[in-house]
Design a binder for this molecule. Structure first.
Ligand code: SF4
Length: 296
């Protein structure tokens, strides 16, 4: 399931890129800025600030959407067919993220941008959520892109069964792998995941000599300290064939989306990390012979 196709992106990989954002993620990072990507089902977003009170959503789902003295109230579990609400709200206060797109339809979108890829050495970036958790359609798309000789980057946490990674071997130009932490307990506490799965997959990917760039989200109270970052960078530098590491500063831009999804943002009121705070980490990584970059 896809929740967004974004054209002309210049932030995620080389050149001008088409970003395909997939829904469904096995992790629950406390700082996640794409909470609409976590569920593999369609997600209903409601922005009360722009609701004009036309009531079309209430007419479409009268048992689940009601009007009370506080305005529109949405009982999400009671909505059995969220996709039926997709275009009912004229003011776009209520939107639905997620759509089952056929590979052919995704390819049609991608092909509109072919001239830009050729001029800028760009291509397609698969993101999410976790693109590698998708079903057989993902392999089909990768094969089609390979046949068209289109550069493909995949943003992944690698928190999936190895067979989901193995099917992509030889079909992905660059893996942009999130290396959030290497400490088992901290990783579990902040993401609900198992770091052993990530590190085992990463080592296997390295063994297959795939092209990998590591991306470290720099997150307050999680890994934003010299002590923690040294351990992560040392681990990265110990992996053969890995030459490049990117530091991604934590930002608060996604917080409003939690409200709109009826979700709780449990990460508290932390400030965005200023890129200048990352200089010591960049310098340390340089001493380890790594190519570095701040941002995607
Ligand atoms: S891996 Fe990415 S999409 Fe998944 S929960 Fe973490 S930040 Fe969000």
């Amino acid at each position: 399931m896809v929740f967004n196709i974004q054209r002309y992106s210049t932030h995620d990989g080389e050149g001008i890129r088409t970003m395909i954002f997939y829904k469904g993620c096995p992790l629950r990072c406390q700082w996640c800025s794409n909470p609409e990507s976590q569920s593999s089902e369609p997600s209903i977003l409601f922005d009360a600030r722009i609701c004009k009170g036309f009531g079309d959503c209430i007419l479409a789902a009268p048992k689940a959407i009601t009007l009370n003295s506080n305005g529109v109230h949405i009982n999400r579990p009671a909505i059995s067919h969220p996709l039926r609400l997709k275009d009912v709200c004229l003011s776009r206060a209520l939107t639905v993220a997620g759509e089952n797109k056929r590979v052919e339809d995704i390819l049609q979108e991608i092909e509109k941008d072919l001239p830009f890829y050729q001029q800028s050495k760009g291509g397609v970036t698969l993101s999410g959520g976790e693109p590698l958790s998708q079903g057989p359609d993902l392999t089909h798309l990768l094969e089609e892109l390979r046949m068209r000789n289109i550069h493909v980057s995949v943003e992944t946490s690698l928190h999936v069964h190895w067979k989901k990674v193995a099917r992509c071997l030889g079909l992905v130009s660059t893996y942009l792998v999130d290396l959030k932490h290497i400490n088992r307990e901290k990783f579990r506490l902040f993401t609900q995941g198992n770091i052993d799965l990530v590190l085992t997959n990463l080592r296997k990917l390295v063994e297959h000599r795939e092209n990998i760039i590591l991306r470290i989200p720099v997150v307050p109270d999680f890994n934003h300290s010299m002590q923690e970052m040294e351990k992560i960078i040392n681990f990265a530098a110990s992996l053969q064939h890995i030459r490049e590491i990117h530091f991604i500063p934590y930002h608060t831009l996604g917080i409003e989306k939690y409200n709109m999804l009826g979700m709780n943002y449990s990460f508290g009121s932390k400030k965005s990390v200023d890129p200048s705070e990352l200089t010591p980490y960049v310098n340390y990584a340089l001493t380890k012979g790594l190519i570095t970059k701040i941002g995607g």
